[in-house]
Design a protein around this ligand. Structure first.
Ligand code: S3P
Length: 447
């Protein structure tokens, strides 16, 4: 298994220089899916070349889409997807392997649930087989879908396409994947589907669905307190067809964040990331960094593929502890492990709460972050819905396990550069899930 490849990251001088952020994973998955269920060709520029997003290309191909892919830069592909139409997925006759990709399995299930008269099985790796699918199966069943899970509500999923009816659904937890699954199913339903989210989550699906001609409306609620998350309701009308002729994928802030944090916690660091997507529903980390006193500059530089992009510059500086709660969590969900690492270098105790969702990611990221930081000489404590990390002036270093989780693998690498003795990351190979070029990009900043 390539995931089991280990790597060592020695303490290093200040990371400095410019990098182009790799293409966004969430947006790449969505572009391939909308292309496949659309009419005609979708030309996707800067499609992320990673294990996860290759799983999506293979999945749509097995459902009958045409797919061509050519390299169009380091870590990115120019992809043309020829669609089979909104109701035209073919039953592949064998399980579709989603690999490690939670976004793929949840969004695709919404679309397959409405393919009348055809059956599909979706399965994936050991991590996918531990991830909760009841959160999509339950509302889809209310829409008339037939979605069976294994015991305990995990994959494999067996889906028999049915005629779907529109519902109003209140998400019990904020999840862009569940919201997107239901909006995609709503395209195939017999009326207007509405989904209320208790906190604003990434809106890439809404933006791309509109660009593909779907009728999507969003109403935001006013929070009672400024520290409360912003809830909202998203409505979608059924469509006869969608079409997304072209899409350019902006850079992924979640990947760029590792280099930015390296720039911040290694004294003398000065790192610039260009072409980074700065969609307001994704930038929770930037607000958290500001509160920690980070030396961070954000320059907006137009838009790509209907998403704002910019250049981010981070320089080594002293950091103060901060408290991250419900208002920040959904918009920084994938960056919260890095907040734990930052906490080791900050003055005081940094806490993350309201983030029980972290237990249901590619690994249990509460346990993973706390164990990794403690193994490296940090002072971290798990909470039921987050963690607390007390800064001790840095990290000693040592050995940590990625648990097969790409984001923990990359966190270990950054910790190594900033540590006193270096870090060996067991299972560093997991980084290929979202960012195969991560190690060489990081090392390129070290001169
Ligand atoms: C994603 C949404 C988030 C995030 C995941 C990608 C997406 O998950 O953690 O990495 O592409 O919609 P949830 O929506 O389940 O929180």
């Amino acid at each position: 298994m390539p995931d089991r490849i280990d790597a060592h990251f020695a303490p290093a001088g200040p990371p400095a220089g410019d990098l182009r952020a790799p293409p966004d994973k969430s947006i790449s998955h969505r572009a391939a899916l909308l292309g496949a269920f659309g009419e005609g060709d979708t030309r996707i520029s800067r499609y992320l070349d990673s294990a996860d997003t290759r799983s999506t290309l293979a999945a749509v191909e097995s459902l009958g889409a045409g797919v061509t892919a050519q390299p169009d830069g380091p870590g990115s592909l120019e992809v043309v997807v020829t669609g089979f139409g909104l109701r035209g997925a073919a039953a592949p006759g064998r399980p579709i392997d989603v690999g490690n990709a939670g976004t793929l399995i949840r969004l695709l299930t919404g679309l397959l649930a409405g393919q009348e008269g055809r059956s599909f099985v979706l399965d994936g790796d050991a991590s996918i087989r531990s991830r909760p699918m009841g959160r999509i199966a339950e509302p889809l069943r209310q829409m008339g879908a037939s979605v069976e899970t294994a015991d305990r509500g995990v994959p494999p999923l067996a889906i028999s396409g049915r005629r779907l009816r529109a519902i109003h659904y209140e998400l019990p937890v904020a999840s862009a994947q569940v919201k997107s699954c239901l909006l995609l199913a709503g395209l195939l339903a017999d009326g207007r589907t509405t989904v209320r989210e208790p906190a604003e989550t990434r809106d890439h699906s809404e933006r791309m669905l509109r660009a593909a001609g779907a009728d999507v409306r969003i109403e935001r609620e006013r929070p009672s307190l400024p520290t409360d998350p912003v809830a909202g309701t998203i409505g979608i009308s059924p469509a006869a067809a969608i079409a997304l002729p072209a899409m350019t994928v902006p850079g992924d802030l979640s990947s760029a964040a590792f280099h930015l944090v390296a720039g911040l916690i290694v004294p003398g660091g000065d790192v610039r990331l260009t072409g980074v997507g700065i969609n307001p529903t994704r930038v929770g980390l930037l607000g958290i960094l500001n509160r920690m006193g980070a030396d961070l500059e954000v320059v907006e530089a137009g838009s790509e593929g209907g998403e704002p992009v910019g250049t981010l510059r981070a320089r080594g500086c002293d950091l103060q502890a901060t408290q991250v709660g419900a208002a920040d969590v959904a918009m920084a969900i994938d960056e919260l492990p890095l907040v734990g690492l930052l906490g080791c270098f900050a003055d005081g105790t940094t806490t993350v709460t309201g983030a029980a969702e972290l237990r249901h990611k590619e690994s249990d990221r509460i346990a993973g972050v706390v164990d990794a930081l403690n193994a490296l000489g940090g002072e971290a404590r798990a909470l039921s819905d987050g963690f607390a990390v007390t800064g001790t002036g840095g990290l000693r270093g040592g050995e940590m396990d990625s648990r097969g989780d790409h984001r923990l693998a990359m966190l270990g690498a950054v910790a190594g550069l900033a540590s006193r003795e270096g870090v060996t990351v067991r299972g560093f190979g997991a980084a290929r899930v979202s960012y195969p070029g991560f190690e060489s990009d990081l090392r390129s900043l070290l001169g």
